[in-house]
Design a protein around this ligand. Structure first.
Ligand code: PRP
Length: 185
């Protein structure tokens, strides 16, 4: 039977997201150590595709005197399904050598934690100076694997949500608010 999706209520408004993003950026900046020359370098790693939207807002809230670099990895555990397959596939790896450097991994959402657990282990094996994580949304009630979230925007209930990079079968990533999705058969 064909299942149709409709947008539901606004769960988190664009105003709340913007305010929280600025707060998170301030914390990230304050926690980024200076090197011997007084330089504060940070490699911000976005996990395509969903993290792009939050990441671009986050990095533009970082102080202009920080040395901010941006790179991306492309992985997928969900495909077009709404449930995790449990299998993380890497389609595109970093261009940057992160050894000895401060890294912040940015995600739109942590759900079961499988994607993050896999990625963090992989990135840690490359010996960064520091490895921190920043997520816009945390569905902590659904966690299956323990993962460290250093900076979290919002804890959300176990609802299917879209917007700010989160999609439903590829749709609605571009929405500025986080909204629920209703299904009808
Ligand atoms: C989403 C999200 C995370 C992952 C979180 O990505 O961006 O990467 O799922 O789920 P988990 O904690 O259960 O592993 P998805 O695989 O849907 O790809 P996308 O970013 O391209 O939408």
């Amino acid at each position: 039977m064909e299942q149709r999706y409709r947008l539901g209520d606004v769960l988190i408004s664009r105003g709340e997201i913007a305010k929280k993003t600025a707060e998170l950026a301030a914390k990230v900046a304050a926690d980024t150590p200076q090197d011997a020359d007084g330089n504060r370098e940070l490699i911000v790693v976005g996990i395509l595709t969903g993290a792009v939207f939050f990441l671009t807002d986050l990095v533009r809230e970082l102080p202009e005197d920080m040395d901010v670099r941006v790179d991306f990895m492309s992985v997928s555990s969900y495909g077009n399904e709404t449930k995790s397959s449990g299998v993380v596939r890497i389609f595109h790896d970093l261009k940057t050598n992160i050894e000895g450097r401060n890294v912040l991994v940015v995600e739109d959402i942590v759900d079961t934690g499988r994607t993050f657990a896999y990625l963090l282990e992989l990135l840690q094996s490359r010996n960064p100076a520091s490895l921190r994580t920043c997520v816009l949304l945390d569905k902590s009630a659904r966690r299956e694997t323990e993962v460290r979230v250093d900076y979290c925007g919002f804890n959300i209930p176990d609802a299917f949500v879209v917007g700010c990079g989160l999609d439903c079968a590829g749709m609605w990533r571009h929405l500025k608010d986080i909204r629920t999705v209703r299904t009808q058969s």
